[in-house]
Design a binder for this molecule. Structure first.
Ligand code: SF4
Ligand code: SF4
Length: 433
């Protein structure tokens, strides 16, 4: 008799009395992120990690993600402090063939580590909180930009920054613009185009507002040249430096305002565009991964990087093909967060068709600064080791001007080579606006 023909003793009438067996007594408290069990230990993430490549003490993304969450099944295992050495470049997300949500796990682990294990009066915590809340500092500094810039340039400011806050003396402090982007936009009377059928809401982020308003101005002029009415809603920091420093409460506070205010523009038919690829990354990926806020998914779906939006909705290639600029060469670096959004070849391929411009990709390496990461003295050396390949390729590229979409990558490119750095939107403005 086959097994299938065996009579069964199983009595289906008793099924309602079944009591589940409690295999893991602490399973209700277990904080195992969904997706941890999808990891099949291929180590692709580890080989893509720029920090693990130069810092032999960093255990890499596989440990920070799935392994750490599995270990946390045991109640006595805390988040490892090495999570603070992850720069949040998010390259590991892209490398994983099994869609393990690595950066989401890292962000959650970092938030838990900072909340539960970091001394809130320590120099490291205070320094990280200050760096994460750059917008607050910048809004104060830019009220008196000339005086702020004078003090930022003084050697004593840098020495005090190193001694008191643990910031590297080697870096030059960012300079504030004498007029913020928002002040400029208000002074010109808002958008020069009125078009209820073609509206975009611009998320300028902190750096374009306080430090490089020329990027925001270029963005406005380019979009107006394609017939768009540009709206500039109220907004806070995207939260990117907060995620990277485990300040998830601060990030949520900012995200709530951004989702609400940008949501109003979306309800009126606008799409959201960003000139900084880390800002678009936060709105698209990190917000829905980390925060349960009404409207967060819609914001994620309706957010674009600025040139990406034009590439999709307008004949950007055609406009570029018909244009011409004065001869100039750029060494282009694709930020890690642009890479994560599939935008790493965008600028090079678009400008290939622009008469007069020569844009050379300087390779796949990370710039090493990763937002606030390279602004910490204990991470400065790692940051520069990671950036070395990019500096070298920039120096071998034609010309002495760099190009990138990310403001902190721009700082690192300038720091490592001395080159002036421009945003692709500035070249696009020259070509089409
Ligand atoms: S986010 Fe970047 S630094 Fe962090 S583990 Fe992933 S690849 Fe490494
Ligand atoms: S790349 Fe993905 S599957 Fe491979 S080890 Fe890393 S997390 Fe696991």
């Amino acid at each position: 008799m086959s097994d299938a023909q065996q009579p069964s003793d199983f009595d289906s009438t008793t099924i309602d009395e079944f009591e589940p067996v409690d295999i893991f007594p602490s399973s209700e408290d277990m904080d195992l992120r969904p997706g941890a069990d999808n990891c099949y230990k291929c180590t692709s993430c580890d080989t893509s990690c720029p920090v693990a490549e130069v810092d032999e003490d960093f255990p890499g993304p596989k440990f920070q993600g799935p392994e750490q969450w599995r270990l946390k099944r045991h109640e006595d295992v805390d988040v490892d402090d090495s999570i603070m050495s992850c720069s949040n470049c998010m390259r590991c997300d892209d490398a994983c063939p099994s869609s393990v949500p690595l950066s989401q796990m890292h962000n959650t682990a970092r938030g838990e580590y900072v909340e539960e294990h970091m001394n809130k009066l320590s120099r490291e915590y205070l320094r990280n909180r200050m760096l994460a809340n750059y917008r607050t500092l910048a809004s104060i500094g830019s009220k008196i930009p000339r005086i702020s810039n004078f003090f930022m340039r003084l050697g004593i400011t840098s020495t005090l920054g190193a001694k008191i806050m643990g910031m590297p003396t080697e870096r030059d402090m960012p300079q504030f613009a004498t007029e913020t982007f928002r002040q400029w936009f208000k002074k010109r009377g808002g958008s020069k185009v009125s078009n209820p059928d073609k509206q975009v809401a611009y998320f300028h982020g902190c750096y374009s507002n306080y430090n490089t308003p020329e990027v925001g101005k270029a963005m406005v002029r380019v979009f107006e040249s394609f017939g768009y009415e540009v709206l500039v809603p109220k907004q806070q920091c995207s939260g990117t430096p907060m995620f990277a420093n485990g300040m998830l409460k601060d990030a949520r506070r900012e995200a709530e305002v951004n989702v609400r205010e940008l949501g109003k523009a979306i309800d009126n038919g606008a799409d959201v565009i960003a000139s900084c690829t880390s800002c678009s990354m936060a709105l698209r990926q990190e917000y829905p991964e980390l925060f349960d806020i009404d409207g967060v998914d819609e914001l994620s779906e309706r957010t674009y990087e600025a040139m990406e939006f034009l590439r999709i909705h307008e004949d950007l290639h055609g406009a570029i093909r018909e244009s011409e600029v004065d001869p100039q060469a750029f060494a282009y670096h694709a930020p890690c967060h642009a890479r994560n959004q599939g935008l790493d070849r965008q600028a090079v391929e678009l400008f290939r068709e622009l008469d007069g411009a020569h844009v050379e990709d300087v390779g796949e390496s990370c710039s090493g600064i990763s937002g606030t990461y390279g602004w910490k003295s204990e991470k400065y050396e790692t940051s520069m080791k990671i950036g070395a390949e990019m500096f070298d390729h920039m120096e071998h590229a034609e010309g002495e001007v760099g190009m990138t979409e990310c403001p902190t990558c721009a700082m690192q490119m300038n720091h490592g080579t001395g080159y002036e750095i421009r945003h692709p939107l500035e070249l696009l403005e020259e070509a089409v606006a």
